[in-house]
Ligand binder design. Sequence first.
Ligand SMILES: [Zn+2]
Length: 249
Amino acid sequence: MPDSTLAGGVPILEAMSLPPGFLDELRTRLTLSQIVGRKVTWDMRKSNMAKGDWWAPCPFHQEKSASFHVDDRKGFYYCFGCHAKGDALSFVKETANLSFMEAVEELAREAGMVMPARDPKAAERADRRTQLSAVMEEAVKWFRLQLRTSAAAEARAYLAKRGLSEAAQERWEIGFAPDQRTALLEAMKGKGIAPDLVIEAGLCATTDDGAPYDRFRGRIIFPIRDGRGRAISLGGRSMDPKGPKAIWM
Ligand SMILES: [Zn+2]
């Protein structure tokens, strides 16, 4: 799974284990030029201290001219030569070769902020979300494979009749949920995914006595993705004109 990052290259999972507002508070307490100033020699003719506008030869690439710019008001740097950019955290991380959290600790010490105890619950929740979205992707893949099976002949005919070309099916990632009670559940178990994760992802429900069963049966399935491309829910469409047409998670 690729590393998810927020703006400025902040890793989401790690940032979420800090209390909200901690990083913002840290950034407002730091003066970027003070931190960068330990690693560069300012070009005093080009810089304008009063405006918090600083220039130096870039610490990230070899050069004699000063194309590395620090803006203290915004708390950001940018190199017009190599396009290195970031804030105090990324500067310390890059130049001292630290992890994101180590850079936070170092700068918090410098800013006189007490490093909060990491919230293991928050990290756990973020972890759980990552797991659930991985489960969802596995289910989308499996549903798509089912559309090619003989059990899906009716579904393919239904899609063809409605003018959904194979390219369109590909684009909408359309799949098929066979009309069986636990086909998806078994397939997910086969991939080593625990049933409680499949239930928590909303793909299975449970009977009164706790037995899990597939929520989508005998339906055409398509994922609904958020702005970041993560499958957040599924739509399921029945081909039976008498049954309810669509169900959503
Ligand atoms: Zn540079």
